[in-house]
Design a protein around this ligand. Structure first.
Ligand code: ADP
Length: 688
């Protein structure tokens, strides 16, 4: 036993014990470190093996205590010997006297004493603390690497000196496509990967960057380096961009050999980045364009407004100088009227295009006769065409439904603008044709309509056609500049057609004529659905609540209340009524209007003309207040709104406030009378 004992107790053995398993005895002990093996009461050597074992087990940390006890169980040791398992071992941690962690490896060699037949054992305890701490540190490092490399699908440890590599992590994509590339050496693997998967254009760069010397050079001055290359293992799919990150694991001032390589697909990230960059660039472009458009708009506006305004100012001055010459005055007034109308049309167009482009624009659909819609537009153009001796041909497809749902004012605007242009830009005696036909197919209950306006006029260049629908664009030709226009008509048409989900296109050649084609779909209206009666022309006025009566309506002796804050407008309105021999009173705001109605009493006023924007109380509030009056004869007095913004929302707001009709400013006598006639009930003549 002595020889055996000496044989196994090697120089680095920490401590050793000789045991007799059969006799349950710790025979002897050699303890090299008294800090770990200090005397414990009730335990001695020689002494009982089970007592020693139990006492020691208490010092073994709980994680491995059971393993230790299981191994050192006497019955177990005897069985182990019998089955030939004669060198069992266990590792555990104990605390030394000062509370330091000490890791031990306990190995046991079992033999049989030939003389006594007892099973004997030698326990060797080695201090493996250092080794365990290194392992622990390595594990910690691995966790750190793992944490830091989550963004990398494949991670490799490379030993550049030995030209070897270890796979730390590798994704399934790489394994699937590059399984064959995992050669023994690092350089071999890189070459194989470059040949089979790296996008041909990037191959040279990739190989150069991955070369040991390049990596060493780069990582001397920095801990990590990175570059991007493209991977395309399968030509059916577009290449994917990958990022490689190279990190040195040691200091840079010494020879570099160990490097960590991470590969990550950055295609999505880069695409998202470039999409974001593009979005920002486009936002910037749009902002710039908007700023440019605004400047252009203002300069165009000031030019276009100035021209008729100059005429008005100029001719007014001339008229003053020639007060005693009625003929001249007539001529000047005619010119002033013409310029005023032009100015008004321009302002309406500008408001309209601003409104359309603001996106707050909506269509107001109601049932209309297709023929009426077309006739209204054509009727507006007829006098102009007759003056220029233009032949007007109107062709309307018979298969079109009788009635459709549409915004008659917008329909009118589109068709009259196109026809107006065709007449304007066609020399005298030319031909203009309007063709409206049904085109198949269209969804059930709808009709697809094609409206074509063609002429044999001056036409336009290909270059101009590309910007024809942009606001204020007019072709830079003498033939065009001689014709009056603002370059807004077609932008308005396009805005309306876009909002209605339709299309507009143009074909033209200089000197040969132009052809505009509009495609729109309309909901078909049933015969029973009443068409709108009042004219949609320019929508100078609009009636929501019409008082129908078989009797002829008379405006004789009616009394009107005008609520208008602008003094000039008030004066114009009163003079207009005076000329019509209609009695009118005027107030400055909505509040005064309500008070006036109450003061004058029931049945006094026959109609109220209500400006919408007024201080103190606006027109809508005043209309609501009047509608809420207790006496029905006062509360039901017809109210006509007057507003400068003739948009759908304003019309709706007026309607909701309980008004009966609406006239757009500047108010002209004819529309005003028509509106009044439509809203007042038939009544017995009242003596004035
Ligand atoms: P406007 O007629 O007020 O100038 P539009 O927006 O209606 O504005 O038209 C823009 C420009 O398109 C016109 O100034 C003209 O140069 C060109 N244009 C439009 N219609 C025709 C046409 N039928 N024939 C030739 N040129 C046309």
């Amino acid at each position: 036993m002595d020889s055996l004992y000496r044989g196994v107790v090697t120089a680095d053995a920490f401590s050793s014990f000789e045991i007799n398993v059969t006799q349950n005895l710790v025979v002897s002990a050699v303890c090299r470190n008294p800090d770990v093996f200090y005397p414990v009461e009730g335990v001695s050597v020689p002494g009982p093996l089970d007592v020693n074992t139990r006492s020691w087990a208490e010092r073994v940390m709980s994680d491995n205590r059971d393993d230790f006890l299981r191994m050192m169980d006497r019955e177990n040791l005897l069985v182990m010997y019998e089955i030939g398992e004669r060198s069992p071992w266990v590792e555990y941690m104990v605390y030394d006297r000062s509370g330091n962690e000490v890791y031990l490896r306990e190995s046991l060699s079992l033999t049989k004493d030939e003389e006594s037949g007892d099973i004997m054992g030698v326990i060797i305890l080695r201090d493996i603390t250092e080794q365990k701490l290194v392992e622990k540190e390595n594990r910690r490092r691995l966790r750190v690497i793992e944490g830091l490399s989550v963004d990398y699908e494949s991670v490799y440890f490379v030993d550049l000196d030995r030209d070897t590599y270890d796979i730390y992590r590798r994704n399934s994509y790489i394994t699937r496509y590059y399984g064959d590339c995992f050669e023994e050496t690092y350089s071999g693997a890189i070459r194989a990967f470059a040949d089979s998967g790296v996008y041909p254009e990037d191959r040279g760069h990739f190989l150069q960057e991955m070369e040991a010397d390049t990596i060493r050079r780069k990582l001397q001055s920095q801990v990590a380096a990175r570059f991007i290359f493209r991977v395309q293992p399968d030509h059916r799919f577009p290449p994917q961009r990958y990022r490689v990150k190279l990190v040195r694991t040691g200091p840079g001032d010494r020879h570099i050999s160990n490097v960590l390589l991470g590969f990550a697909c950055v295609e999505e990230e880069m695409q998202a980045e470039s999409a974001q960059r593009e979005a920002l660039e486009s936002a910037l472009r749009q902002a710039r364009q908007a700023a440019e458009a605004k400047t252009l708009f203002l300069s165009n506006m000031s030019h276009d407004i100035r021209t008729p305004l100059n005429a008005i100012v100029g001719f007014t001055a001339l008229a003053k100088e020639h007060v005693s010459e009625p003929e001249k005055i007539q001529g000047y007034l005619a010119k002033i009227t013409e310029s005023s109308n032009h100015l008004l049309a321009l302002i309406s167009d500008v408001l309209d295009i601003t409104h359309i482009e603001s996106g707050r624009f909506s269509m107001e659909e109601s049932p209309h006769e297709v023929r009426d819609l077309i006739t209204q537009a054509v009727d507006l153009i007829r006098p102009q065409a007759a003056k220029r001796r233009t032949q007007l041909a109107i062709l309307v497809d018979d298969s079109l439904p009788k009635r459709i749902y549409c915004d008659s004012m917008r329909f009118f605007q589109v068709v009259s603008n196109l026809l107006g242009n065709a007449v304007k830009y066609t020399p005298e005696g030319g031909r203009v044709r309007l063709r409206v036909k049904r085109c198949a197919p269209s969804p059930h209950g709808y009709v697809s309509m094609e409206i074509t306006v063609s002429d044999n006029g001056i036409g336009m260049s290909q270059e101009f056609m590309e910007k024809i629908f942009d606001p204020f664009e007019r072709e830079n030709r003498t033939a065009v500049s001689r014709v009056e226009g603002s370059g807004l008509g077609l932008s308005i048409c396009k805005g309306i057609i876009d909002a209605a989900g339709g299309t507009i296109s143009v074909r033209s050649a200089p000197g040969r004529g132009s052809c505009f084609t509009v495609n729109l779909a309309f909901r078909i209206a049933q015969e029973s659905e009443e068409p709108e009666e009042e004219s949609a022309v320019g929508r100078k006025f609009h009636v929501f609540r019409k008082k129908k009566s078989g009797e002829e309506k008379s405006l004789d002796g009616i009394r009107v209340l005008v609520a208008e804050d602008n003094e000039l407008n008030r004066e114009i309105a009163i003079s207009m009524f005076e000329n019509m021999h209609i009695a009118a009173e005027a107030v400055e705001n909505g509040k005064l209007a309500v008070e006036c109605v109450k003061e004058r009493g029931a049945g006094y006023f026959d109609v109220i003309l209500m400006d919408v924007r007024m201080p103190v109380m606006d027109g809508h509030a005043a209309a609501r207040a009047i509608r809420a009056l207790p006496d029905e004869r006062m509360s039901q007095v017809p109210i006509i709104a007057m507003t400068a913004n003739a948009f759908e929302e304003d019309v709706l707001a007026a309607k909701e406030a309980g008004m009966d009709a609406y006239v757009s400013k500047p108010v002209d006598g004819k529309s005003l009378l028509s509106a009044i006639e439509a809203v007042i009930p038939a009544r017995p003549r009242r003596g004035t």
